[in-house]
Write a protein that binds this ligand. Structure first.
Ligand code: ATP
Ligand code: MG
Length: 362
């Protein structure tokens, strides 16, 4: 039997989507969508998850729901091919999370390296909301409720998928084979798996203020690239420069193509030649940054144009979410019934339920 291919991913509506999302996950989603080699594909806006660390700022989540949907449509996620849905409106996810909570220990949750980093970043060390700590369990429910097994994400999501596989295995052991184990689809380009922010310190993230957004205008992109972290010891143009940890080159590694050199920088055959010159000395940061701006604009300009269209057609955007959510609910409801049957908590739907009890009393 050929394995079913069900693809699912999501994003937290905590801000607009950025280049990290784009190369880490969105590009793979569009590629898989266009290849069409799957049974079903979902993209979820994870508003409930976003509330676990933004519970005191619901306005932010509400506002960004549409922003994220606009980003999806503008990068080419096609609602004809993909079910785009809103997490909080699929109640079955919350219910499944509740049953999954029994299958995971507190110490297991505390070992999750991505969550550990986030707890530090969010200053949750002394007062950690329980909902935040358990978000990997709810994320397992997001994936498993839809039988998704292919998850195109950045490398920060590996621990979440490991957790989801563990939950699937535990559930299947106790209650019967219900769930499929999911696996991450990482970008081919290693650098794209955890894109650094423009400050060069951490991964690019909405919460860290170090992102270039897909919706940024041309002037903003230029300003951000010009402020990018390079090699602090490369002070004069003639000084030799370092490539390692030099974010401008990391971005070129991910985004530049042969044709960009022919078009914008014909003195160099390819990125290796450009790097060699930088290492030797004699190549200034500004020249490299200007090249990067042109390279980025080739990707960003068409996205911006599409976004402008949808910004003028917001009713259409909301309708996409509503229809996608209705579709996801229907599938989720059926799966949850199966889960409850396996767990023996489907009393009213099980015609044999009373038979067993009756026998006891006869
Ligand atoms: P937040 O700071 O609110 O957590 P985020 O920027 O980390 O936001 P998420 O919504 O958590 O974004 O992540 C959505 C998807 O994008 C995930 O698949 C994640 O792996 C991927 N992703 C996010 N940031 C990066 C990055 N810098 N490099 C590669 N992939 C990324
Ligand atoms: Mg995140």
């Amino acid at each position: 039997m050929q394995e079913r291919k069900i693809i699912l991913t999501g994003d937290r509506p905590t801000g607009r989507l950025h280049l990290g999302h784009y190369v880490g996950s969105l590009k793979n989603r569009v590629k898989m969508q266009n290849e069409g080699n799957y049974e079903k594909m979902y993209v979820m806006i994870a508003d409930s998850q976003a509330l676990t660390d933004n519970f005191d700022n619901p306005e932010k989540i509400r506002e960004n729901l549409i922003e994220v949907a606009l980003d999806y449509l503008s990068i080419g996620i096609d609602p004809e091919k993909v079910t785009i849905f809103v997490q909080s409106q699929v109640e079955e996810l919350t219910e499944l999370t509740f049953y999954f909570l029994n299958l995971v220990t507190l110490s297991r949750l505390e070992r999750n390296p991505t969550v550990k980093t986030e707890i530090k970043q969010k200053n949750f060390e002394t007062s950690l909301p329980a909902g935040f700590l358990i978000y990997p369990i709810s994320q397992a429910a997001d994936i498993l409720l839809f039988d998704a097994n292919l998850i195109p994400v950045g490398v920060d999501q590996e621990p979440m998928l490991e957790q989801a596989r563990e939950i699937a295995r535990s559930f299947n052991n106790i209650y019967g084979e219900i769930f499929t184990e999911p696996y991450a689809i990482l970008p081919e380009n290693e650098q794209a798996r955890r894109m650094p922010g423009i400050d060069g310190k951490a991964k690019m993230s909405k919460s860290l203020g170090n992102a270039i957004y897909l919706a940024d205008d041309k002037a903003t992109v230029k300003k951000k690239v010009m402020s990018m972290y390079t090699d602090p010891d490369h002070i004069n143009i003639d000084d030799p420069g370092k490539i390692d940890g030099n974010i401008v080159f990391t971005y070129l590694d991910v985004f530049s193509k042969q044709e960009h050199f022919e078009k914008y920088l014909p003195d160099y055959k390819n990125l290796d030649q450009l790097k060699d010159h930088y290492r030797r000395g004699g190549l200034g940061d500004v020249k490299v940054k200007k090249f990067l701006i042109k390279v980025l604009e080739e990707e960003l300009e068409p996205i911006r144009e599409k976004r402008a269209y949808y910004e003028q057609n917001l009713d259409q955007v909301l309708a996409v979410l509503e229809e996608g959510t209705a579709d996801a609910r229907e599938i989720g409801r059926a799966k949850l019934q199966e889960v409850k049957r396996a767990m023996g908590i489907d009393y009213f739907a099980d015609s044999r339920f009373l038979d067993v009890i009756k026998e006891k009393y006869n």
